[in-house]
Design a protein around this ligand. Structure first.
Ligand code: BGC
Length: 912
């Protein structure tokens, strides 16, 4: 018996306001039994809940379809129109042709599909007229208050259903009858607003009432007008005028439709309580400027101005289809200290991205006081806040308190990366307790899908630190860090980390959005920038933030990785031409097939051993020569393009690009590899990357492996790799019979090592291996983040090697799974899982002197190839039975001390 669960539409649970006209539907099938499969399904899509309850698919009824497919089933029913509601459910048949019950009802609704559907007008203050270029270079600017917008309207009858469509240039919050609409932050999120602006859809049925209703809006600077960029010096980049767009659609019980649009009769107040708001700078909030009741009925707005209607905006409005930014966790501080009189330091015990909510009352705050909160990641020796690594970021929130009544306060349009908060401005002689504040962690709310637990406390902490770093940096785009004046979607960091990210959280919707951002940022000629979105400017062209090897290649590597993990062919289809254009761009500049021309920034293996400031570490010799590095990426991206072409049935392209990638490899070998296996560079990083991307074959491979091992030994088992080669090193060791060395590196406690960071109290991953060293102090003042995910790419190793969960390229999306766990000293046991698009894959093993016990769980409707680490196949037992007596296990072969078997879905307990 099987049953369908976890219904999703375009990767999202019950999404509102989508704009895909043939959305793809997915579910997971569950069964208690082994070897269960889905043999058929029936999807029913109805235009109302009632019809859905009666299984009347007036929009689409597939009938019984013989298929084992559970993901990406394209809706092919009646044409979907703007604002339609679609309720759907599915039933499935198992291998005995037994039908399940119907699933619970899921739904999606359509957004506004055509520009003509938008009747609302963009509204805001009268336009400001500054000149742009100067504003872009100098961060000295006057910060402006957030305007309040208000409109009151009447609903004449009983409400059946009400939907709100809205967006802004800038960021916005909406209030209906005094209550905040939804729980999202920083909407409409970050895209290149000149290319795409996302709109949001809210179900507001329960927020409206018969009679008078009031909608209120607040606008903040956000990415649109606030500070931005690698040094945090751009501002007003996308525009200077904040604008709001709102459209409300009310269906009444009496069948009438009422629509409310933002327009010239809406009112605006320029001097609201949010006096300044900026992601980098922080927020200033003046309670003296509050207007109680401004967002409810009964408020006198006769002193307010009418809004300015801006007809000049030609935004391309698209539906918001990634998980929104929300408060995903709340944190209570663990300690408060007072290193200087009246200056309190709160320690949250965790490095986070977000802000703190404070609680004030008359006992700790005077009337007319200004409470100032500064944020930082670490403390100075004297226990005071350290902020030098924030660059030009103030990260300061200020509250001007009129009357210190008991209340809570938190910012609206800013966020900080921090573990410590410095508080000043409290009543003299008072000392706040821990519950003076609560940390609000914000992140794009992608579900956590991975788990990892082992016998080693530091390893468990490492996994947690990686998850935290991911959470802190997935804020609409995958940023490099949440604290300093940077916070950009650096491509190379994602080349290194995307697979780890996918194991940890469901990144399908998040990355699908970012892939669009990547295409938006691609230049006409085909090259990709180093970060996305790419706020380009003359300043940036001069710095040449385009086409850095390994960074630009994320534009090919990421879609391929998404395909492997989610089996999303449509995503590949949508991206193929872009990837092809990129390869053509590199090829046209490098007809000799070594990537030596058209290289942008030469980051190479960023922050490798040559950057360490450690007395006992060689000053030179750890970096890969840039031509070697670049040519490896050129070969790899070309071969991935060939694979994409094959999957998409583009046979000519497949032949062309697979030949091209072979030729690049040949040239690479001619130019950089000598017969004895030395690769130019001759260090850990070079061998690791060459092996990882398969640039050499045959006997040469083992020669390179030996050299790689020697390079590790010669540094006395200390790692010298940077962002791009650390994971390749660890994977290449594991794949070449040197897993023991990889374990040794992983469990090292000497700097540079992962556990060294943990021993210094890290709760997130550091940007630099030697970000802080005992006795020496911090590495660098200006580039030293303690919340950067690249070196956290080791997460992939935890899943792929320790747990052994691997995708099968031929059956993407874990329809077939390859399980190959590798144990190593000093680990005694491990227990982890990955909740794939086909269901949860679980692995746990436990080792003692005599036995290796392995528990595997394989999702219903999938199968796995399992590598059991023994050549004594006859000794293997599954639940105390020899494996050849078990029907759902097929013996394949014994190879390299492994017994390889194929297993069908279900839970297995092996003893080796
Ligand atoms: C960022 C990185 C990025 C790098 C480019 C840094 O400032 O923080 O993570 O990849 O620049 O080399």
């Amino acid at each position: 018996m099987i049953k369908p669960e976890y219904l999703r539409c375009e990767y999202l649970i019950n999404p509102l306001g989508i704009d895909v006209v043939n959305p793809r539907l997915s579910w997971i099938v569950q069964s208690e039994e082994r070897d269960q499969i889905q043999t058929a399904y029936q999807i029913v899509v109805s235009s109302s809940k009632d019809l859905s309850e009666k299984e009347q698919g007036n929009l689409w009824d597939t009938g019984k379809v013989s298929s084992d497919q559970t993901c990406h089933i394209k809706y092919e029913g009646k044409t979907l129109k703007s604002q339609m509601n679609c309720y759907w459910k599915v039933k499935v048949w198992d291998k005995e042709d037994q039908a399940s019950e119907y699933s619970q009802i899921a739904y999606w609704s359509m957004g506004l599909l055509s520009p003509a559907d938008w009747k609302a007008k963009w509204i805001g203050l009268p336009p400001r007229k500054e000149k742009r270029p100067i504003r872009q270079l100098i961060p000295k600017r006057k910060y402006l208050p957030s305007p309040l917008i208000r409109h009151s309207f009447k609903i004449e009858g009983k409400i059946k259903r009400a939907t709100l469509y809205s967006t802004a240039l800038g960021e916005y919050e909406l209030y209906l009858n005094g209550k905040r609409v939804g729980d999202r932050y920083f909407q409409p999120e970050w895209t290149d607003y000149n290319k795409r602006v996302q709109y949001q859809t809210y179900d507001i049925t329960n927020s409206l009432k018969k009679g008078e209703n009031v909608i209120g809006g607040i606008l903040g600077d956000g990415w649109y007008r606030g500070r931005l960029g690698t040094f945090g010096i751009l501002h007003d980049y996308y525009g200077v005028n904040l604008r709001l767009l709102v459209q409300i659609y009310v269906e009444r019980e009496d069948g009438q439709i009422q629509q409310i649009y933002s327009g010239s009769d809406w009112k605006i107040w320029e001097e609201g309580p949010i006096r300044e708001s900026d992601h980098f700078r922080g927020e200033v909030y003046d309670t003296q400027k509050e207007l109680p009741g401004w967002d409810s009925s009964g408020f006198d707005d006769s002193g307010w101005n009418l809004v300015n209607v801006d007809n000049s905006i030609k935004a391309n409005l698209v539906a918001h289809m990634n998980e929104p930014i929300r408060i995903v966790k709340e944190i209570t501080p663990i300690e408060v200290t007072e290193p200087k009189k009246g200056e309190f330091i709160f320690n949250l015990g965790q490095n986070i991205a977000g802000w703190v909510k404070i609680r004030i009352n008359k006992d700790i705050v005077d009337a007319k006081a200004t409470i100032k909160l500064r944020h930082g990641e670490i403390l100075k020796e004297d226990g005071r806040l350290y902020t030098s690594n924030l660059r030009l970021v103030n990260a300061t929130d200020k509250y001007i308190i009129d009357k210190p009544v008991k209340r809570e306060l938190c910012p609206h349009f800013t966020y900080h990366g921090f573990q410590y908060v410095e508080v000043t401005g409290l009543k003299k002689g008072t000392k706040p307790d821990l519950d003076f504040m609560t940390g609000h962690v914000i992140a794009s709310d992608s579900p956590v899908v991975g788990s990892f637990e082992s016998s080693d406390v530091s390893l468990n902490q490492l996994w947690k630190n990686i998850i935290w770093t991911q959470r802190d940096n997935m804020i609409s785009v995958p940023t490099d860090c949440p604290q300093r004046g940077e916070r950009m979607g650096w491509m190379g960091d994602n080349t290194a980390f995307c697979q780890t990210a996918i194991f940890n959280m469901d990144m399908s919707a998040f990355y699908s959005k970012w892939i669009k951002d990547i295409r938006d940022a691609q230049e006409e000629e085909g090259n990709y920038p180093d970060f996305v979105p790419y706020p380009g400017s003359k300043l940036y062209r001069f710095l040449n933030y385009y086409c850095a090897p390994g960074w630009a290649d994320c534009g090919v590597i990421l879609p391929w990785t998404l395909y492997l993990n989610y089996g999303d062919k449509e995503l590949l289809e949508g991206h193929y031409n872009s990837a092809k254009k990129y390869i053509e761009y590199i090829h046209s500049r490098n007809p000799d097939l070594l990537w030596v021309e058209g290289i942008g920034n030469e980051y190479g293996d960023w922050l490798n051993g040559d950057e360490f400031k450690l007395d006992d570490f060689p000053k030179k010799g750890s970096a890969i020569p840039i031509e070697v590095f670049a040519t490896i990426y050129f070969a790899n991206s070309t071969s991935l393009l060939a694979k994409m072409a094959k999957i998409l049935g583009k046979s000519e392209d497949f032949k062309h690009y697979s030949d091209l990638s072979k030729k690049i490899k040949e040239r690479f070998n001619q130019e950089f590899v000598s017969e004895n296996g030395t690769v130019e560079g001759d260090n850990q990083a070079t061998y690791a990357l060459t092996l990882f991307h398969d640039l050499v074959s045959g006997d040469l491979r083992s020669k390179l492996v030996q050299k790689m091992v020697k390079a590790i030994e010669s540094l006395d088992f200390r790692i010298s790799t940077g962002f791009m080669t650390t994971l390749p090193l660890m994977i290449s060791l594991a794949q070449s019979g040197n897993c023991d060395i990889a374990y040794k590196l992983l469990f090292s406690r000497r700097v540079p090592s992962w556990f060294y960071m943990i021993d210094q109290g890290a709760t997130t991953m550091w940007e630099r291996w030697d970000g802080y060293v005992k006795g020496r102090g911090v590495q660098s003042k200006t580039m030293n983040s303690f919340n950067h995910f690249a070196i956290g790419s080791i997460g992939e190793w935890l899943y792929r090697v320790i747990l052994g969960i691997n995708f099968d390229e031929k059956n993407p999306g874990y329809k077939h799974i390859i399980i190959r766990p590798k144990s190593g000293e000093p680990l005694k046991w491990v227990n982890g899982s990955y909740n794939s698009i086909h269901g949860e894959i679980g692995v746990s093993w436990q080792k003692d002197e005599d036995n290796f016990n392995l528990k595997i769980s394989i999702p219903t409707n999938t199968s796995a190839t399992l590598y059991l680490p023994t050549k004594h196949k006859d000794n293997i037992r599954e639940s105390n039975t020899p494996i050849n007596e078990i029907e759902t296990i097929e013996f394949i072969k014994v190879e390299n001390n492994n017994t390889i078997i194929k297993i069908k879905s279900g839970i297995y307990h092996f003893k080796l």
